[in-house]
Design a protein around this ligand. Structure first.
Ligand code: ADP
Ligand code: MG
Length: 142
């Protein structure tokens, strides 16, 4: 099934000039960026995006990290895009991530783990709509 998912290249990866390397892995996996922008999130935007994690021990530090520098936001489209992007990213903790995944290769630690991906159709719908409106989505003609 063709799906859409939200991807973020997090501040740790942008700072280390990894936008291109991560975009190459996205395209190699058969995932098509259909919307993309670079921005620096406000505290309120980061807190709203991660609202499901509010109250957890890592929440405040996560928000501080996510606003510590620019991020790249993308909507990826493709067959089973949600699961596929999470496979390409690897597990949350780079120590547990499979060899060859983005997090295994690039993440600094469990927090500064280089990329975000939606985890289910409901969260993908919320997250893509949180950052992009319909006019920002490109539909390439094939
Ligand atoms: P994922 O990004 O793999 O979906 P979660 O949704 O569980 O992971 O967590 C959101 C983000 O919060 C993670 O990507 C990571 O940046 C941070 N995070 C998660 N767990 C921890 C933790 N135990 N300590 C520090 N940061 C964490
Ligand atoms: Mg998550």
């Amino acid at each position: 099934m063709t799906e859409r998912t939200l991807a973020i290249i997090k501040p740790d990866a942008v700072k280390r000039n990894l936008i291109g390397a991560i975009a190459a892995r996205i395209e190699s996996a058969g995932l098509a960026p259909i919307a993309m922008k670079m921005t620096r999130l406000s505290k309120a935007q980061a807190e709203g995006f991660y609202h499901v994690h509010k109250g957890k021990g890592f929440f405040d530090s996560l928000v501080a990290f996510m606003i510590s520098g620019p991020v790249v936001l993308m909507i990826l489209e493709g067959e089973d895009a949600i699961k596929k992007w999470r496979e390409v990213m690897g597990a949350t903790d780079p120590a547990r991530a499979a060899p060859g995944t983005i997090r295994k290769n690039f993440a600094l630690d469990i927090e500064k783990n280089s990329v975000h991906g939606s985890d289910a159709p409901e969260t993908a719908a919320f997250e893509t709509g949180y950052f992009f409106n319909a006019l920002e989505i490109c539909h390439p003609e094939s």
